[in-house]
Design a protein around this ligand. Structure first.
Ligand code: BEZ
Ligand code: FE
Length: 299
């Protein structure tokens, strides 16, 4: 006599729960309580995912092959697991959780894989392009604390892709360009020449690129200029500014766009005099203002 379907379903549910209970119990004696919490939460959510999506054995093998490919393509210059975290929104969610809103403090966004230590120093008003191709962009602003007081001498690291959509570290050789650091003046004011940001794809010639293609998602990032701003007594800020009106703002591949980080890059007609008198010939250029508000350290 065959079992009534309800009974089979109940038995199946009990078996699945029993596997989960045994795995959770295996972590019960983890000495570090935080690690116990994290591992048990991970197991609960992983098993919920497997059970809800009714993952087949072939699909699980495919997932493991995907992670194996991500491992094989990862080296000192290419980090496929960070890209995976980025396109799943996990990087942005972790940042959001760990940078709680503080008054008017500037919002944080993803670091990305192209920050490097040891960028060249430029004086205030200097040019970070170092020969990288692109339209000149005058960037200026003031670094303030959440009470509106200037933060003197703040250190700003800035970096961006060039007009070909490439960061210096993606090119042959080790010449640094389109990146620099500078220090704000005694009133927290800063200014420098950069390149008007242009769109570029995240590296998409590996497993993460295949995932994006299979899910009809674009690898393109909305045009942006990266900032890392630090000053004593303030929470370090890692962020970008985005170009107002750009069509990619709504579909950024790594979910990095925040409304408050969208800035007006004002296009200047060829021949418009530069703010510092720099001779630009008949080149078009742009300008943007970005005031940075740093939260107090420890917030
Ligand atoms: C970037 O903005 O440089 C970036 C961020 C996430 C993934 C790839 C690139
Ligand atoms: Fe970038």
């Amino acid at each position: 006599m065959s079992e009534p379907p309800g009974e089979a379903a109940a038995e199946q549910d009990a078996r699945e729960r029993e596997v989960l209970a045994r795995v959770l119990a295996s972590f019960a004696d983890t000495p570090d309580p935080r690690m116990r919490t994290v591992m048990q939460s991970l197991v609960r959510h992983l098993h919920a995912f497997l059970r809800e999506a009714r993952i087949t054995e072939a699909e699980w093998a495919q997932a493991i092959a995907f992670l194996t490919d991500a491992g094989h393509i990862t080296d000192a210059r290419r980090q496929e697991f960070v890209l995976l975290s980025d396109v799943l929104g996990a990087s942005m969610q972790t940042i959001t959780i760990n940078h709680p809103a503080v008054a008017a403090a500037t919002e944080a966004t993803v670091l990305g894989p192209f920050f490097v230590q040891g960028s060249p120093h430029v004086e205030l008003g200097g040019d970070i392009a170092f020969g990288a191709p692109g339209e000149p962009c005058w960037v200026q602003g003031q670094v303030l604390d959440t009470a509106g007081r200037p933060v003197p001498g703040a250190r700003l690291e800035v970096w961006e892709a060039d007009d070909d959509g490439l960061y210096d570290v993606q090119r042959e050789g080790d010449r640094l360009s389109a990146r620099a650091h500078l220090f704000a003046d005694a009133e927290g004011r800063y200014r420098f020449w950069a390149l008007t940001p242009t769109p570029y794809p995240i590296p998409h010639d590996g497993p993460v690129g295949r995932l994006l293609a299979a899910t009809a998602r674009s690898p393109m990032r909305a045009p942006h200029l990266h900032f890392k701003v630090a000053a004593p007594g303030c929470r370090e800020l890692i962020t970008h500014i985005f170009v107002d009106g750009d069509p990619l703002l709504g579909s950024d591949a790594v979910f990095g766009v925040r409304e408050s980080l969208i800035k007006r890059f004002e296009r200047q007609a060829p021949g418009t005099p530069a703010p510092d008198g720099r001779p630009l010939g008949d080149a078009a250029w742009s300008r943007v203002r970005f005031d940075v508000v740093l939260a107090p350290a420890g917030r």
